[in-house]
Design a protein around this ligand. Structure first.
Ligand code: SAM
Length: 193
């Protein structure tokens, strides 16, 4: 048996595996190399839809190739635009949205998410979430601008009405070297004002 709470990536993956179901409409707001996009595509199956955003065309091309390599021909819509424009492309309610902020680990480190566009995107993402829908956000604080971005995310999430949203923060408080922080948002199903 392996450890259950080793890092935020595993916790995020466990939540994805638990929550994302066949036929759902889901969004990867930071496609990168497509690890999350591919997992989401497998989980929603042929009847679901995956929207994926990235500002790097090469990231989307690599993801497209990786999907093909795995023979996944599900409905994956890769969009070469910033997630701050999510509302221009998604006109329906969605069940799951994931953000893996920062830069691509082996890519160009100057191409990274930033607090203003991340906040803009989150504000829009919240409005398109289905009842019981979930948003996961992984924040990295070791690079320039990362801490400010994480603070912006956290301040925004703190403002969400607890009757409408459950919000959780996973923070490995005894790890050195700025471990990533994971936030989870769930839109309540029953309790509404
Ligand atoms: N989850 C990805 C994977 O499996 O490889 C890694 C994502 S990486 C940490 C962050 C990605 O966000 C980069 O590919 C970067 O190009 C992208 N990005 C930066 N700003 C963005 C924006 N405004 N909208 C969408 N993607 C953005």
């Amino acid at each position: 048996k392996y450890n259950e709470i080793v890092n935020t990536l595993k916790i995020a993956k466990d939540i994805i595996l638990n929550c994302v179901k066949d036929g759902q409409v889901v969004v990867d707001c930071t496609v990168g190399n497509g690890n999350d996009t591919i997992l989401l595509a497998k989980l929603v199956g042929k009847t679901g839809i995956v929207y994926g955003f990235d500002i790097q065309k090469t990231a989307l091309e690599i993801t497209k190739e990786n999907l093909a390599c795995e023979n996944i021909d599900n409905d994956v819509r890769l969009i070469h635009d910033g997630h701050e424009n999510i509302d221009l492309y998604i006109k329906e309610k969605v069940d799951f949205i994931i953000y893996n902020l920062g830069y691509l680990p082996k890519g160009n480190k100057s191409i990274k998410t930033n607090k203003d566009t991340t906040l803009k995107s989150l504000q829009k993402a919240i409005t398109i979430l289905n009842d019981s829908g979930i948003i996961l956000i992984t924040c990295y604080i070791g690079h320039e601008g990362g801490l400010e971005e994480k603070e912006e995310v956290e301040e925004f999430l703190k403002t969400l009405n607890q009757k409408q949203f459950n919000v959780i923060k996973y923070d490995f408080i005894n790890q050195i070297n700025h471990p990533p922080i994971l936030y989870g948002v769930e839109k309540s199903k029953t309790r509404r004002e």
